[in-house]
Each structure stands twice: as C-alpha cells, then as structure tokens.
Design a protein around this ligand. Structure first.
Ligand SMILES: Nc1ncnc2c1ncn2[C@@H]1O[C@H](COP(=O)(O)OP(=O)(O)O)[C@@H](O)[C@H]1O
Ligand SMILES: [Mg+2]
Length: 322
C-alpha cells in the first residue's frame, strides 16, 4: 500500500488526524461555527439563503405530533431520503426509491412497510445516530436521482463529489461512489469507493476502497479513471461559496448531481476526513501550506478557485515531471 512507507508518506506530505485537528480544525473552525454544518437543517437554510441549490426539503419530524404527517411526506413517486439532522458518515440514512406493493422500496432493493420506516424515524428522534447521542430531528428530503457518466461506476445509489475548501480556496477533490456494500450511500466508511479528481479539469483519476487502492469499480468492473465530472466549474463555485456562508476556514462540501436539477449541495463537513489523500495518491500538506501562507481575505470565490487551481497545477505538473 502506498501509505505503508513512512518516507514516501512524509515526502508526499500526507497529513495525519492529529495535524488535521490541530492545524486546520482547531485553528480555522471556531467551535460556535461548527453548529452551522453539524446540523443539516441549518446548513440547508444557509444554502437556500445564499442561492446554493440543494435537495428540496419535504419536511421535518421532531416529535410525535409531526410523526402523524410522516406517511404523507413519504408519498413521492421518486422516493425520499430520511436523515438524522445531526448525523454523519452515512449513519441512520434511509433511502427510499419509491412505493412498492403497499410499502416502500429501499435503495438496496429490499421492501419495507410504513411501520419499519416509522420505527427508523423514532430511532433518529431518540438520538441513536446523532453526534453526542442527543435527541434529534429527522429530515425528509427529495431523493436525488442520478444519471450520467458515472452510471458505469456506481451501484444502486448516488455518487457524490467531495471538495476540500481551505480559507475559501478549493484544494483537493474526490468522487465517492456507492457500492453493493454501501447501501445507496457514497460514504467511504460504508464501503463507498473514493476516486481522485483533477481539481483543474474535473477528470477522474484512480481510486480506493477500504483504504486499498483500486482502479476498477468493485461491482461493475468498469475503469474509474478518465471520466469528466459534469458541471465541474459550478461545483467549484458552490464549494467556494460554502465558505462565504459559513466562515469555516476548513470544510468539505458534498455535492451530488440530479438528473433534472443538476448539481445540488448535500451537506458540509467541518471535520472532513483525510482518506481523500489516498484517493488522490497525494498528501494534503503541499496543497495546504500555500493557502495558509496567503492573504485570501480580499479574493472573491472566482479568484479563490483560480488560486486553488494554480496551486494544484504547480504541485501535480511538478510531480509528473519528477
Ligand atoms: N437526498 C438524497 N438522495 C439520494 N441519496 C442521498 C440523499 N441524501 C444523502 N444521500 C446519500 O447518502 C450519503 C450521505 O449523505 P449526507 O447528507 O452526506 O450525510 P452524512 O453526513 O451522513 O454523510 C450521500 O453521499 C448520498 O450517497
Ligand atoms: Mg456526507
């Protein structure tokens, strides 16, 4: 494995969790601001106010009273996604793809009845999937339907694009693909595949699953590299704007593509994972240092994107020449 060799590891500037926590999260993300992204209902409101497209909110369930309207909220021919407002890593997310014989069909093909869904929502309210185990709210939103170039390398779910944004500057990106293991979700901890994406062009590179390098999708056996991410420039703008609306200096923006609506912001993370370095076969440090050293305060989103691309080009063209 590429990360097995400590010398190579250091040379490529791979960041560990400690360094990420101390230099990026603690330094750039004040505690009070984390609330804005930890709670998906707040993130959604901010995105709507800023005009960043995101999946339509069908309703919230916070108490037994709201629960009485749950069956109505599920009445969508194209299905819904049910999520804990304060969840993470794909935990507690139920993807319903549509009605099925008096019940509902899940992304993994299984049929459930209303009572099963209600039970799941009760568990969300009890805090089973939430940070800190506190009572939570269930968010019911439209299910994003995906169609396009990544169909060949996705399995029963929606791929998402994770873009890491530092001081408003996009620095690294990866495409995350659902697999048979990941139950309609693209989260890496659930068995999703992470694929490096060229920050300048949006073209996919090689991938990883469970921290192992892979070149082909495990379920479809199709090659991961060489695909153009549609709406790439739009996605970079959405990610850069996420900084303007949250003021979080270090964040991960998760973006999906809907067949009708185009790119939609799914959520923001104030403590994005570091596996993106494996997917990109390259460490964060080289991308981070120039941004930390620069004064980006007078740059708008477009200028910050241009800056991020310059850094990326410098590093990766240098690497190709080496
Ligand atoms: N509205 C939706 N429609 C379809 N799939 C979704 C939807 N919301 C989430 N997902 C799937 O679940 C994954 C995790 O969702 P996300 O909102 O990022 O929550 P988490 O904080 O748990 O990562 C996404 O990467 C995507 O694959
Ligand atoms: Mg996510």
């Amino acid at each position: 494995m590429i990360l097995g060799n400590p010398f190579k590891l250091r040379r490529n500037g791979v960041m560990g969790l400690n360094e990420r926590n101390l230099r990026l999260v603690a330094e750039l993300n004040p505690r009070g601001l984390m609330r804005l992204v930890n709670d998906k209902t707040i993130t959604k409101r901010l995105a709507i106010e800023a005009g960043i497209p995101n999946p339509e909110l069908i309703g919230l369930v916070s108490n037994p009273y709201d629960m009485r309207r749950l069956d109505q909220m599920l009445e969508r021919p194209n299905g819904v996604a049910i999520k804990p407002a304060n969840g993470s890593q794909g935990n507690g997310i139920m993807i319903i793809t549509g009605p099925m014989k008096g019940g509902y069909k899940l992304a993994n093909g299984r049929r459930v009845v209303f009572e099963d869904v209600r039970f799941h929502v009760m568990n969300i309210l009890s805090g089973m999937y939430s940070l800190g185990g506190l009572p939570d709210t269930a968010l019911i939103e439209e299910r994003v339907r995906f169609a396009g170039v990544f169909d060949e390398i996705s399995f029963k779910g929606v791929p998402d694009v994770r873009i890491i944004v530092l001081k408003g500057v996009p620095i690294l990106a990866m495409l995350r693909l659902p697999t048979a293991d990941s139950d309609g979700k693209a989260n890496l901890h659930k068995g999703g595949v992470g694929v490096g994406v060229d920050l300048v062009t949006g073209v996919t590179q090689l991938g990883m699953q469970y921290d192992q390098l892979v070149d082909f999708h495990p379920d479809t056996a199709n090659e991961l590299s060489g695909l153009q991410t549609p709406y790439w420039e739009d996605m970079l703008i959405m990610a850069a704007q996420a900084y303007d609306v949250t003021s979080l200096g270090f964040l991960g923006a998760d973006i999906v593509i809907d067949v009708d609506k185009g790119p939609l912001l799914l959520e923001l993370n104030g403590r994005p994972g570091i596996a993106i370095q494996i997917a990109n076969r390259f460490g964060l440090r080289a991308h981070v240092e120039p941004v930390l050293a620069a004064d980006t305060s007078k740059m708008d989103a477009k200028a910050r994107i241009a800056f991020g691309k310059d850094i990326y080009r410098l590093i990766h063209e240098g690497q190709a020449a080496a």
